[in-house]
Design a protein around this ligand. Structure first.
Ligand SMILES: NC(=O)c1ccc[n+]([C@@H]2O[C@H](COP(=O)([O-])OP(=O)(O)OC[C@H]3O[C@@H](n4cnc5c(N)ncnc54)[C@H](OP(=O)(O)O)[C@@H]3O)[C@@H](O)[C@H]2O)c1
Length: 270
């Protein structure tokens, strides 16, 4: 299943479609990446989420070589911020991946070089290095800052999101601005996966807690990128398109909010 991505402040010139479920490959060792990504593609995944800092872009590139229609998200690491460095780093990623559909600034770090970095991102889009540009871990103030002057706004903000960390204000802001959200660490990095309340709802739909978490993200209109290195769990995580969580159960999941972040949180940085 896909959804449309469009860049605020532009016409539909740069619109593209993104598969709403992808495989995250953070922490997947280099020597296992090609096999795991191939397994995922064979199970029906059409979107892989990697990053320069994950160190496995080359192996993702090998796995998708000669495969049509695989959507690739990668992220510009902070040490590559700056106008010239951004373009050079994108070229390096391209040489490893062969293509980039969605290119994200990995964080808002470095207030003094955010502007020139986004200017370079716009250059990359306009010159067809990448098909779409966005951000990750940006808070409302960071996005507002870009929208103030940018010619092309970010089409995506990738943030940590789960029923245990819903970031409602940020999500609603992005929705209002026409910016899509990707939920990362949607399985809470495995930490809340055995929560009894999740398992209870899972029983009703004959689904696992992981499948309930993924479906919750999808029903909130997010793109979602669970990570697994295990063949069975990779399969399990994509088997979420044959059921719908009823509103009354979505409300129970919504009540799990506890501001629980498993990862870093640059959204609050200056
Ligand atoms: N932009 C950013 O700053 C940022 C930050 C963090 C993550 N991300 C992206 O988001 C992706 C996902 O986040 P994440 O890797 O932090 O964690 P996650 O997807 O929330 O959870 C992954 C953990 O859950 C386990 N798991 C996977 N499927 C399962 C299932 N069906 N049942 C039980 N356990 C299961 C995995 O173990 P096994 O591997 O053994 O299955 C792994 O330990 C990353 O890979 C990355 O692409 C982006």
């Amino acid at each position: 299943m896909e959804r449309e991505l469009s860049h605020p402040k532009t016409t539909n010139k740069y619109s593209i479609k993104i598969p709403v479920l992808g495989l995250g490959v953070w922490g997947v060792p280099k020597n296992k990446t090609e096999k795991i990504v191939t397994t995922a593609i064979n199970q029906g995944y059409r979107h892989i989420d990697t990053a320069q800092i994950y160190g496995n872009e080359k192996e993702v590139g090998k796995a998708i070589k000669e495969k049509d229609g695989i959507f690739i998200t990668t992220k510009l690491w902070e040490s590559n911020f700056g106008y010239e460095k951004t373009i050079k780093a994108c070229e390096e990623s391209l040489s490893k991946l062969n293509k980039i559909d969605l290119f994200l600034m990995h964080s808002p770090h470095g207030p003094e070089i955010r502007k020139e970095t986004w200017e370079a991102m716009q250059y990359l889009l306009k010159n067809k290095y990448v098909k779409a540009i966005g951000v990750s871990n940006f808070g409302i103030h960071h996005i507002k800052e870009i929208l103030l002057w940018a010619e092309i706004g970010p089409c995506m903000n990738q943030i940590e999101l789960s029923p245990f960390l819903q970031r409602r204000e940020l999500s609603n802001f992005c929705k209002e601005e026409g910016i899509a959200t990707t939920a990362y660490s949607p399985l809470t990095h495995g930490i809340r996966i055995h929560d009894e309340r999740l398992m209870e709802i899972g029983k009703i739909y004959r689904k696992s807690a992981a499948q309930i978490l993924i479906k919750w993200s999808l029903q909130k209109d997010n793109v979602v990128i669970p990570k697994s290195t295990n063949k069975e769990r990779i399969k399990e995580n994509i088997e979420v398109f044959d059921f719908t969580i009823e509103q009354k159960h979505m409300k129970i999941l919504d009540a799990l909010e506890e501001g629980f972040a498993t990862c870093w949180d640059p959204t609050i940085d200056p």
